[in-house]
Design a protein around this ligand. Structure first.
Ligand code: ADP
Ligand code: ASP
Ligand code: MG
Length: 428
């Protein structure tokens, strides 16, 4: 007997029947003699619907109220799952993030978990209950306000609970059979990875593969919690996110050869801002990025062009989450006179394609093959950035699918026969 921590995503809880199906799966684990703690997401596309509702009411809703609104989604599912479990003859206790002891910093909309104090959870488990926790939310220790962890944050709730409760594994139930070499919605011939390293999974998640929330992978690595990503619609073994995938425990510690490339990720959630005509002198870039940091904006790629000799002016372009676009433009407009730049350009019709693999370190020629694959799809590259195990390019949003498929094929990632199954969800 042990503690099993599971997470069910919105696509697995889309309607009443889905909730009853999930309740049966949860009860099975309890029946087998385990203590069960489950983090749940909001039903179906509830979070998106709440966003739309808020934007219909106000063009720029206050962040505090947005969090109050969005956390309602997970509260609905936690109570419904608990009800469905009680109909099966077991008792469940649902808790909000705050009740469950999920303590975060005070940043609305993208709070970080700083501690988990699961007193009420262990108490409820001790009384024999199944525990259901509303994902994606917490409470700030400083401000006492309710916070959300950013889109997809229920994955992080689950892994943080697994760490706090010292569970052996965290199971993430979703609408595909695991982590694939690309999003199966775009590449049906994508292959399921049996195992992937935290390191590669971090890059995949950071580059938009929304199968796992980035911070959930960070958490898993920090606390050594293996993450098992699998479908709630099938019984198949999913993908294990572990420290060292080459060590296959099922093969008694024998090493198995790891592929050079783990996968291709894409991201349509970013925008690009260009600060045009920045005077080419010391301190200008610092001033610009200070203003963005003060506005709590995380930047991704940054490119500064060589200044034109005649004017001594340069352009600085960077990418950032689209949802921060408005805030960034306002922050930059405020420092225009001080910095003396000419104008700002905003483009949210961009997409990012990333090729990820730990084998890149020791294999030359990956970059040229990647660029050739993008070119053969007739796609123009706007920006480039690299890390030790990743190459990313920015392209026109409409070219994303073609570029992903072309790259996937160029690196021989296509499966021979089986098509990846997408069991549910709208992909929103
Ligand atoms: P949930 O509602 O369970 O949290 P999400 O929609 O957040 O599910 O994440 C699952 C989706 O992630 C899949 O349906 C798939 O479209 C998408 N996805 C993106 N990249 C990948 C990948 N490399 N492997 C598997 N799924 C991926
Ligand atoms: N419901 C939230 C979202 O849609 C959190 C989650 O699903 O993990 O982003
Ligand atoms: Mg998700």
């Amino acid at each position: 007997m042990g503690i099993v921590v599971q997470k069910y995503g919105g696509s697995s809880l889309a309607d009443a029947d889905a909730i009853k199906r999930v309740a049966r799966r949860i009860v099975e684990i309890k029946k087998a003699g385990n203590d069960v703690v489950v983090a749940v997401s909001a039903m179906g596309d509830t979070t998106d619907d709440l966003y739309d509702l808020a934007n219909g009411v106000s063009p720029l809703p206050p962040a505090r109220e947005m969090d109050m609104l969005l956390t309602a989604g997970e509260r609905i599912s936690m109570a419904l799952v608990a009800m469905a479990i009680s109909d099966l003859g077991y008792t469940a206790r649902s808790f909000t993030g705050s009740q469950a002891g999920v303590i975060t910093d005070a940043v609305h909309g993208k709070a970080k978990i700083i501690d988990v104090t699961p007193g009420r959870i262990t108490e409820a488990l001790g009384e024999g209950h199944i525990v259901i926790v509303a994902g994606f939310q917490g409470v700030s220790a400083d401000t006492k306000e309710i916070t959300t962890l950013g889109r997809g944050g229920t994955d992080t709730t689950a892994v943080a609970l697994a760490a706090a409760l010292e569970a052996d594994v965290c199971e993430i139930y979703t609408d595909v059979d695991g982590v694939f070499t690309a999003d199966p919605r775009i590449v049906p011939s994508a292959r399921k990875l049996d195992r992937v390293s935290y390191e590669e999974m971090l890059e995949l998640a950071a580059c938009g593969a929304k199968i796992l929330h980035l911070r959930c992978v960070e958490y898993g690595r920090r606390y050594g919690i293996p993450i098992h990503v699998r479908s709630s619609f099938s019984r198949l073994e999913g993908t294990w996110v572990v420290d060292d995938p080459a060590r296959d425990e099922t093969a008694q510690g024998e090493t198995v050869e790891q592929p050079i490339i783990a996968g291709v990720a894409h991201d349509r959630s970013e925008a690009k801002i260009t600060v045009v005509g920045v005077p080419d002198k010391v301190g200008e870039a610092a001033r610009i990025f200070e203003a963005l940091a003060d506005a709590q904006i995380n930047l991704d790629m940054i490119v500064q062009n060589v200044s034109a000799a005649a004017t001594s002016l340069t352009d600085i372009s960077f990418t950032l989450p689209r949802s921060d676009g408005q805030t960034a433009m306002t922050a930059l407009a405020r420092i225009q006179a001080e910095v003396g730049y000419d104008k700002l350009l905003y483009d949210d019709k961009i997409g990012k394609i990333s090729l990820i693999g730990a084998g890149m370190r020791s294999h030359p020629g990956i970059t040229s093959k990647f660029f050739a694959a993008i070119a053969s799809a007739g796609v123009n590259i706007e920006m480039i950035s690299t890390s030790e195990i990743r190459i990313s390019v920015i392209v026109d949003e409409k070219d994303v699918d073609d570029a992903v498929r072309s790259t996937h094929t160029a690196f021989d990632l296509d499966a021979d026969e089986v098509e990846a199954v997408v069991y549910g969800g709208t992909g929103r």
